[in-house]
Write a protein that binds this ligand. Structure first.
Ligand code: AGP
Length: 593
């Protein structure tokens, strides 16, 4: 998704904004640009490609006010003319989001005599603002009016000729703001402003922020309002690579530490893990890896809580027939807390009077603020587009929820409770041990393949879904995950000599079934990488390579199985020389539908 940064203060704003945009590169983009006051005029410099291409066009201009943008193309191809900022008349702006009624607005503006240079909805929005501003010459009134006209999502930073302030407003797409003795700062995400202050404000929908050189003024319906600030509990290092080649590798290796901190914190404050035993129906809604963690969560809650759970992809949930009432708990899982489809699902669930619980990483994000209850996974900043530590902690959160539920409902007696807890406390070390394995041999057998299959049953199938997504999103190798019992119903036709099949087997009750599925693909020439629990016996002829995880309860083993698959995906992508932290076409937080 697009990255936005603005600064107004006593220092040269241009390098501050460029630095902020670089800290947002992980969000994914294809062009970049800045706008700043220079000799009383607004100058725009923008370019297709990376920020480094934009930097080649910069000169030694010095300005105290600058806004910047990295664009992830939605309307109009990646190009210089479509890059932001856009200027129309006295208005210059950058935008993150999608204006849904841009066609209708464009027709009306053309009748007013406006013409358009770019293919973007953003230029149309800029023209609309200019058109209204021309009529009333009142900035706050103009910004109030556009909020009633624009449909869709937006985070705007707007500057007006002759007015040395930055104006910020948003709907859907987030904006965070902070200030210190150097001036005022605004950005689309925390890493861009973290070094300037630990105190930050989230701009709410309907609010307008005016950033002068000295301070931020917040308005609601043109009236000045006071806002409470939030405080980061992240340290700066989590937004830096700290010697690792990639953020993804750093975040994979952070897992033992963040898992230990998570367990220590929530076992110390076990009351913070919600008791969901009273709900008759539970729905889990999320996207991508968060959805996969929800599938694992649904298994845990059904097994240990004996409550039926449905998991949904948010973009599907929004449009399906709803079976929600006040006895329904809807759990929304989101690392960023800003995923558009998950936010929309949350708002829908609330319309049906469901209770909403957020499992979120980013403090104060939209989903965290709008859910009735929130559990923070406290993974720290996760910068790599491919999630690892956040996914692991999402699963661990569901694991603790189910563990508490099982104890409350008497399905986990004291003896079992202590044994499971022992596994939890060993989890950081178990993860560390798996990170120490040598993945080179496996990497060499996978990296040149065109297709890779992942198969498993129940929890193992859900881990396969996540392992498959990790591999394809950063190595661009096509991979699919299948319920092991489903292969025979079609897909096995694709298995030929040396086709890689990753199989996860951790459930003693159904391992024989999975092993027979492995033998089916092996007998057709597949290369089988087996990830199994150490106590499950599989004859050597059934696989080519294996990785064993400790014999633990499923509440723990389902976290361990994903670790080797994260490492495999990273090493394959590294060997292919790809942009691991910023894979093509992807964004860290999908804030548009
Ligand atoms: C996972 O590696 C991807 N980055 C993606 O599937 C991600 O999990 C999904 O977009 C959901 O994001 P969220 O957790 O911030 O809502």
């Amino acid at each position: 998704m697009c990255g936005i940064m603005g600064y107004n203060g006593s220092k040269n704003a241009i390098p501050i904004v460029i630095k902020g945009l670089k800290s947002l590169e992980y969000r994914g983009y294809d062009s970049a640009g800045i706008a700043y006051f220079f000799n009383e005029k607004i100058k725009i410099i923008k370019e297709k490609g990376r920020i480094s291409e934009l930097e080649k066009l910069l000169n030694n201009d010095n300005s105290n006010l600058c806004i910047g943008h990295t664009r992830w193309a939605t309307h109009g191809k990646p190009s210089k003319i479509n890059a932001h900022p856009h200027m129309v008349g006295r208005v210059t702006l950058v935008h993150n989001g999608i204006i849904e009624n841009y066609k209708e607005l464009k027709d009306n503006l053309e009748k007013e005599g406006y013409s358009f240079k770019s293919e973007t909805d953003t230029e149309i929005a800029c023209s609309l603002i200019d058109s209204i501003y021309k009529k009333n010459n009142d900035i706050l009134e103009t910004l109030e009016q556009i909020q009633t006209i624009l449909k869709g999502s937006y985070a705007f930073l707007i500057i007006f000729q002759q007015d040395k302030n930055i104006y910020a407003l948003r709907k859907g797409s987030p904006l965070v703001l902070t200030q210190n003795e150097l001036g005022t700062f605004v950005a689309s995400d925390i890493p861009a402003i973290l070094e300037y202050s630990k105190k930050f404000y989230f701009l709410e929908e309907g609010e307008v922020a005016k950033l002068s050189k000295e301070s931020i003024t917040f308005y609601s319906k043109k009236n000045i309002i006071n806002k409470k600030y939030n405080t980061f509990n992240y340290d700066l290092t989590t937004a830096k690579k700290n010697g690792y080649s990639h953020f993804m590798l750093k975040e994979i290796y952070e897992q033992p530490k963040v898992v230990k901190e998570f367990l220590d914190y929530y076992f110390e404050n076990f009351k913070l893990i919600p008791d969901i035993s009273k709900y008759k129906k539970i729905q889990i809604v999320a996207c991508g890896s968060a959805y996969h963690s929800g599938l694992v969560g649904s298994y845990f809650i059904e097994k240990y809580g004996h409550i039926e759970v449905q998991s949904y992809v948010a973009s599907e949930y929004r449009y399906k027939e709803k079976f929600i009432d006040k006895d329904t708990l809807v759990i929304l899982v989101s690392q960023s807390g800003e995923t558009a489809d998950t936010i929309a699902s949350l708002r829908l669930a609330k319309e049906y009077q469901a209770t909403t619980l957020g499992i979120v990483n980013v403090i104060g994000s939209t989903i965290a603020r709008e859910c009735d209850e929130v559990i923070y996974i406290n993974a720290g900043c996760e910068i790599a587009v491919a999630t690892t530590k956040a996914y692991t902690l999402q699963v661990l959160t569901f694991s603790l929820i189910a563990y508490k539920l099982g104890v409350i409902k008497g399905n986990i007696d004291n003896n079992l409770k202590d044994k499971i807890k022992t596994d939890y406390l060993k989890l950081p070390q178990y993860i560390d041990d798996l990170l120490k394995l040598d993945y080179n041999n496996l990497t060499n057998k996978i990296y040149s393949k065109k297709n890779v299959f992942f198969i498993g049953r129940q929890l193992d199938y859900y881990s396969c879904l996540e392992g498959s997504l990790k591999l394809k999103e950063i190595s661009y190798i096509h991979s699919e995950s299948y319920p092991a019992g489903e292969l025979k119903h079609g897909t096995i036709s694709l298995i030929e000599e040396k086709t890689p099949v990753v199989s996860i087997v951790t459930d003693e009750k159904i391992c024989e079934k999975s092993i027979s599925n492995i033998k089916e693909v092996k007998s057709r020439g597949a290369y089988v990488l087996l990830v199994k629990k150490s106590n499950i016996l599989v004859d050597d002829s059934a696989y080519d390579d294996k990785i064993e995880i400790p014999n633990t309860f499923d509440l723990v083993s389902s976290i361990l199985t994903i670790i080797p698959l994260q490492m495999l995906a990273f090493n394959v992508s590294f060997k292919l020389g790809l942009d691991i932290d910023k894979p093509r076409n992807l964004a860290k937080s999908v804030t548009v539908e």
